[in-house]
Design a binder for this molecule. Sequence first.
Ligand code: ZN
Length: 404
Amino acid sequence: MDDFALLGLLTLAIAIGFFLGRRSQREQKNGFTPDKNYYQGLNYLLNEEPDKAVEEFVASLDVNSHTLETHLALGKLMRRQGQVDRAIRIHQNLLARPVLEDKAQHQVHLELARDFMAAGLLDRAEVLLQEVIGESSELRGIAQRYLLDIFQDEREWQDAIDVANSLVQSRYIKSNPDARREILRMIAHFHCELAEAAMSSGNASAARQYLDGAASVDKGVFRVALLMAANDNAQGRYKQVIKTLSKLELQNPDWFWMCLPALQEAYQKQNGARGFELFSRHLQSHVENRDATPVIMYLVDQLIQRAGEDPARMGQAIDLLADFNRRHNSLAATNKLVELRTHAGGNSGNHDVLRLQAKVSELLELQSVFRCGHCGFTGRQLHWRCPSCKTWESMCSTERGTAA
Ligand SMILES: [Zn+2]
């Protein structure tokens, strides 16, 4: 148990002592006997056996409207310490008392649901939360917020949409504009999850409906436009894809690189043999005034892939990189230019340069990760919802350093 928890327990011990003291004053006339459990609890606390101390404190304290908060605080303390079993026992012990009023019972249900969530017993937590939502207008919003977490963890997106929609209407959220915005953004992502599932099963029209639903709650979600482009490509609406992604490019240029495969597909399928040239020109104009390393690197890779059929593409890739490096300071682009020029020179004496260049590539590869701006989690893959802190759209590319 850390110092913070020990301090919390000491505070609670004092609070319990206070309640017992008040009771003793009332009972003094009848010959009050000091509570054995309380003193035993203090003993355990002083002997640094906080777990046993908690058991004794709980046993020493009656359950009534004055002491309920103290019981709940003990339970929370245990849960925060990771002692979920003990927290569950404290809360179940409260529910076993017939004296609890409805309001208090709902509070305990809420805490017990949180214990079950911490223990991974999501089904049991869901039952309790549904009960609180049905019976307590006061705690409904908080219970809905916890239920929303459960549905997200279970990837039950339609259930998540339903509970989030009613949460947005609740007093709990209406009075907090930031929380409301966050919930609306979450709803947009839930629709995106359903749209992705519909797209992978080939149901483009269902996907379109989900994406329209997403756009209707939050127009600013980058992922919606990205999925709309993919869905339109699947339905042959290439002109629309170029229009959507060109708009997205202006709104969110730092993340334009994520659109490139879909944009390339649309250009090539819309324009046949001229498609790649038009796509290449679009990208060249994008990098002209922007330090967009991922975009120039994508274009250079595409040109190199075509150099087998058309050797002039290699010269074009080198010229583009050289031009980009004159205007911007990019280690990745400079390293690529060194690689291409060294290979193009065909000089075996350049082994050392090639080794250095390969080492730099390795280091750049290692550095190129996505990081959560909220909790610092890093990974090689972009997650729309951070796997660690569960925040939506909090991950950004370390290469660009900009959030989606
Ligand atoms: Zn995070």
